[in-house]
Design a protein around this ligand. Structure first.
Ligand code: NAP
Length: 244
């Protein structure tokens, strides 16, 4: 029987790369997205080329009931949820003095509350299975902070602390939880940055280049595999040496 990986925000970028990596390794794939159905369907098609089963699930990670329903639907379709990758994320960058409470809360809602919602919804299923792997997408910004990203940095620091607490709580049930902290990865999220900003960021990356979504996907696959069976509660940076 194939294992099952559910990836939130898998319609594009890093989530898409993770879905394709797991599909290429024989996992059945549940693709969550919020609005881009065409792109989600494209990812589904690309996953199925590997001879596995893939389904798409529209759902807002900020809505606990929607996430609970989604977990039940995935379980009914595939029979288990072996890996949950919490990848959905947004930015609403603004200098602190200009950042309104709504922008602050919107980013916290998707990045941090969304991660809590899916973990809570999946934990009962994984506890019953007495196995499971949770991988949360943090960011190096959650470790070092950044000008104009107070909301994003706070949300990702929260994701790291959440990961460690969940790892401690669920370890006795044979469930592992780890976080990945990407640096500067080429996706739509970083596409919006000006050339000047990109050039400045590159100056602080020892490997002198942006990462590819596949660089993050490879680490997610490793963390989900038995090669990482003794690793839990950790944060793995994938950042070209930006933070060390
Ligand atoms: P992206 O290209 O902007 O993709 C974001 C994904 O999240 C999309 O699939 C989007 O779905 C989904 N999404 C957004 N809001 C959602 C919600 N409320 N509920 C469910 N899904 C939602 O982003 P990315 O660059 O691949 O980033 C993926 C993750 O890595 C994020 O958590 C991000 O913070 C983190 N990260 C990225 C970088 C980087 O340099 N790119 C660096 C560090 C960390 P739709 O397509 O349907 O809108």
């Amino acid at each position: 029987m194939s294992k099952v990986a559910l990836i939130t925000g898998a319609s594009r970028g890093i989530g898409r790369a993770i879905a394709l990596k797991f599909a290429s390794e024989g996992y059945n794939i549940a693709i969550n997205y919020i609005g881009n159905q065409d792109e989600a369907l494209e990812v589904q098609k690309e996953c199925c080329i590997h001879g596995i089963e893939a389904m798409i699930y529209e759902g807002d990670v900020t809505d606990y009931d929607a996430m609970d329903q989604m977990m039940k639907a995935v379980l009914e379709q595939f029979g288990s949820i072996d890996v949950l990758v919490n990848n959905s994320g947004i930015t609403k960058d603004q200098l602190l003095l200009k950042m309104n409470t709504q922008s602050f809360m919107d980013v916290i809602d998707v990045n941090l509350k969304g991660t809590f919602n899916t973990i809570k919804a999946v934990s009962r299923i994984m506890m019953k299975q007495r196995s499971g792997v949770i991988i949360n997408m943090a960011s190096v910004i959650g470790i070092i902070g950044n000008v104009g990203q107070a909301n994003y940095a706070a949300s990702k620091a929260g994701v790291i602390a959440l990961t460690k607490s969940v790892a401690k709580e669920l370890a006795p049930r044979h469930i592992r939880a780890n976080a990945i902290a990407p640096g500067f990865i080429a996706t739509k999220m970083t596409d919006v940055l000006s050339d000047d900003t990109k050039e400045n960021i590159l100056k602080n990356i020892p490997l002198q280049q942006m990462g590819d979504p596949e660089d993050v996907a490879n680490v997610a696959y490793f963390l989900a595999s038995d090669s990482a069976k003794y690793i839990t509660g950790q944060v793995i940076n994938v950042d070209g040496g930006m933070v060390m």
